[in-house]
Structures are given as structure tokens and as C-alpha cells.
Design a protein around this ligand. Structure first.
Ligand code: NAD
Ligand code: USQ
Length: 382
């Protein structure tokens, strides 16, 4: 398959590109590497040292004898996006290339506007380029479970059957997103759904939960292939952050009561899910939605899991309940359906003590790179 991984220099995109290349697909990465600039802006860096995209691709070629093509540019630049589609003629376009941090989008007006323009315009450009150049291309778009919010009923996979005043219809599931970032994903979903109807685009919207872990079969092979790990208060996410905190002797930062329940998955399952979506494409005109996660946990449950493993390793790992910088329910019902990817053959890697131990060990190995000053949350929603 000829497949493009947009955002292929990022946390999910880089291992996904290697995974497809390893399986013999023809892979190209699209990225402007702006994620690395946001680290500089925030005065932080990945826990693990990461090679430049050029060094990564050269190392992969040396190790695997396989080429991954790089299109270096911005999805907001339509001429560039159109050129990528005309030149590569992809059968599938995996779209990871967005600003993905909720706190970053809540810093101030400029960051909210940047996030929504970057994400919404980038996706619009991809939709127009598909229509104008390769209309059969399957768009595999990363959405997020946070689009749904935390309603007091079960969350369905994209659509819900509703009866109203004696009539019935299947409608898009209501969206109550958590931040300007999560809102940008809702706007994308609407634009994609509309173009599926209007232009016959084939699209899969993957509402992914929070991703944890970092190692995959390919990224382990050589230091130049290592994946990034974010632990700071802006880009770091719950489980990975707790493991780094445990390793360096920082209290585990549970926001508020910690009853916030979210959907989670191992990064190796991100790769599996993208592969399953690509190998079983949506039909022309179909807007398909999968909930991409394997388990649900409350934030406090996760912190306690990390604490247990850390204490077996002789670490303190105290849990600290910080005043919640976000506006979100801290106690609520949460039950999200996630059967469609399992039906396609997903074999989940459920969260294990071994994985938590390995994450803590990775953080211990790179503890000198951890800056305590960037760990606590500084961005507030209010
Ligand atoms: P990341 O920030 O590590 O990677 C995103 C990549 O996209 C970066 O390399 C960045 O340089 C690139 N990019 C951003 N804007 C671009 C633009 N305009 N043009 C070209 N390249 C651009 O993020 P990630 O954690 O790998 O997440 C990837 C996708 O998955 C995002 O869309 C995110 O919303 C979604 N997602 C992530 C998680 C998670 O836990 N990491 C969970 C659910 C959904
Ligand atoms: N949280 C803590 N302590 C921390 C960090 C987070 O209690 O140190 C809490 C947050 O308050 C929130 C939950 O953990 O309730 C998840 O926060 P997060 O930072 O781990 O993840 P989130 O902001 O939701 O965003 C991440 C990715 C985003 C993706 C989303 C999937 O950054 O790209 O879309 O996970 S989801 O949450 O399903 O929407």
C-alpha cells in the first residue's frame, strides 16, 4: 500500500511510519517538525533523546534497507499539500499532524487561535487535495475520545439512535469537548463528515483515547529510532507523566479528586488500529467512526497502579492531589463502547505492571534530562 503518515515525526506518527515500512508498504512522512519548536517555546524537551527527522530516516534506511520519503512542509500551505498528493498518489493518508495538547490550546487567545487554525485548515486542505487529486484515497483521521466529553449515558461509536416526538433517526453522537484543542477535533469531524456526503470522500475518524508507553518493535532497535516521551505539564499525558514523576522522586500529580475517567491505550495498539483501519478502508462516501482505546481508568486509579509498581521498586511515589487547573467533572459516569476495532481483529495490550516498570526504568535511565520546573501544571482553564 502507498501510505502517507502526516505528523510522522511525532509521538504516534513516527512509530506508525516505521511499522508500515517494516511490513513492506511504501511510506512517506509529511511533517514540518513544528512540535520540536513548541518544546523550545515551553523550555522543555523529550525525556528520551530524539534524533532529527533526517537522522531518523537515514538510520532506518541503514538498519532496515527501507526508504521512507519525507515531505517537509506545513499542512496549512495548500500548494504544498496538493503537491504531496499529486507526487505520491497515496491510497491512504493517516492524519496525525495537528497541535494536540489541550493545555497548549488554553494558554491564551493566540494559542487557542493557532490550534484551531492549524488543525481545521490543515484538515480542510487535506480534504480539498483528496477531492482534486486522488479522490479514492482513504483518509484516516485522528480524532479524540475527548470530543464526546463525559455524558451521563453510554458513549457510542460516533452515532446514536434517537427517538424524538414519535420519529427516529441515527444521528452523530453529541459532542461536549474539554478544551479549544478538543473542540478543533469536533470541527474537523464535522468538515470531514460533510465532505464524505458532498464529495464522496472515504474517511475513518479514529476517536483515540490517551496513549501511553513509547517502545515499539521498531523504535527499540537503535537509539536513533527512539520515540519521544513528553512529561511536562503542557504536552505530557497522564500515565507517562506519573511514571516519570515516580522515577525522579516527584509526587504524582493527580488533578483534583482524580475521579476523572478517560479511555487509554498502549502505543503498540495505536499502530495496530491504524493498520486495521488502512487494511479495511471505508467505502466511498462513508464517514466511519471508531472509538480507539482498550481500557478505561480514573486518573487516581492510574496513579495508584504506578504507585504500587514504583514502591515494589523501592521508590516513594507519593500521590499529591493538586487543585485542578482544568474545568472538568471529577466524579462522573463513563462507559464508552469500543467494539469496532476489536471486530476487525485488534488484539489489545492491556496495561500491565511490566509496562509500568519498563516506563519507570526508562525514566530512571534519562533522569538527568528531567527538569522539575516544567512538571507542575501552569496553564489554567479559568
Ligand atoms: P505530536 O505532537 O507528537 O505529533 C504531531 C506531529 O504533527 C508533530 O511531529 C508536528 O510537528 C506535526 N504537525 C503539527 N501541525 C502540523 C502542520 N500544520 N503541518 C505539518 N505537520 C504538523 O502528537 P501525537 O501525540 O503523536 O498525536 C498525533 C495525533 O493523534 C494528534 O492529532 C492527536 O490529536 C491525536 N491523539 C493523540 C493522543 C495522545 O495521547 N498522544 C491521544 C488521542 C489522539
Ligand atoms: N491529569 C491529571 N494529572 C496530570 C495530567 C493529567 O490528573 O498530571 C488528568 C487531566 O485533568 C485529565 C486526564 O488526566 O482529566 C487526562 O489528561 P491528559 O493530559 O493525560 O490528556 P488530555 O489532555 O485529555 O489529552 C491527551 C492528548 C490529546 C488526546 C487526548 C485523548 O494530549 O492529544 O486527544 O489525550 S482524550 O483524553 O481521550 O481526549
Amino acid at each position: 500500500m502507498k501510505i502517507i503518515i502526516a505528523g510522522g515525526d511525532g509521538f504516534c506518527g513516527w512509530p506508525t511510519a516505521l511499522h508500515f515500512s517494516e511490513r513492506g508498504h511504501e511510506v512517506a512522512i509529511v511533517d514540518n517538525c513544528i512540535r520540536r519548536e513548541w518544546d523550545k517555546e515551553l523550555g522543555t524537551r523529550s525525556l528520551t533523546p530524539i534524533a532529527t527527522i533526517q537522522e531518523r530516516l537515514a538510520a532506518w534506511k541503514e538498519i532496515s534497507e527501507k526508504d521512507i520519503k519525507l515531505y517537509y512542509g506545513d499542512l496549512q500551505d495548500y500548494e504544498f499539500v496538493r503537491h504531496v498528493f499529486e507526487d505520491f498518489e497515496p491510497e491512504a493518508f493517516v492524519h496525525f499532524a495537528e497541535q494536540r495538547s489541550a493545555p497548549y490550546s488554553m494558554i491564551d487567545r493566540d494559542h487557542a487561535v493557532f490550534t484551531q487554525v492549524n488543525n481545521v485548515v490543515g484538515t480542510l486542505n487535506v480534504l480539498f487535495a483528496i477531492k482534486e487529486t486522488v479522490p479514492d484515497c482513504h483518509l484516516i483521521k485522528l480524532g479524540t475520545m475527548g470530543e464526546y466529553g463525559t455524558p451521563n449515558i453510554d458513549i457510542e461509536e460516533g452515532y446514536i439512535r434517537i427517538q424524538h416526538k414519535g420519529r427516529e433517526d441515527v444521528l452523530p453522537y453529541p459532542k461536549q469537548p474539554f478544551s479549544f484543542y478538543h473542540l478543533s477535533k469536533v470541527h474537523d469531524s464535522h468538515n470531514i463528515m460533510f465532505t464524505c456526503k458532498a464529495w464522496g470522500i472515504r474517511a475513518t475518524d479514529l476517536n483515540q483515547g490517551v496513549v501511553y508507553g513509547l517502545w515499539t518493535d521498531e523504535t527499540r532497535r537503535d537509539e536513533r529510532l527512539y520515540n519521544r516521551v513528553d512529561y511536562d505539564g503542557v504536552f505530557g499525558t497522564a500515565l507517562n507523566r506519573f511514571c516519570v514523576q515516580a522515577a525522579v522522586g516527584h509526587p504524582l500529580t493527580v488533578y483534583g479528586k482524580g475521579g476523572q475517567t478517560r479511555a487509554f491505550l498502549d502505543i503498540r495498539d495505536t499502530l495496530q488500529c491504524i493498520e486495521l483501519a488502512a487494511l479495511h478502508p471505508a467505502d466511498r462516501g462513508e464517514f466511519r467512526v471508531f472509538n480507539q482505546f482498550t481500557e478505561q481508568f480514573s486518573v487516581l486509579q492510574l496513579a495508584e497502579r504506578v504507585q504500587k509498581v514504583a514502591r515494589e521498586m523501592g521508590l516513594d511515589a507519593n500521590i499529591e492531589h493538586l487543585p485542578n487547573p482544568r474545568v472538568e467533572k471529577e466524579e462522573h459516569y463513563y462507559n464508552a463502547v469500543h467494539t469496532k476495532l476489536l471486530d476487525l481483529g485488534l488484539k489489545p495490550h492491556y496495561l500491565s505492571d511490566e509496562l509500568i516498570r519498563e516506563l519507570i526504568q526508562t525514566a530512571e535511565r534519562y533522569r538527568d534530562r528531567v527538569d522539575f520546573d516544567v512538571i507542575r501544571p501552569k496553564v489554567t482553564w479559568r
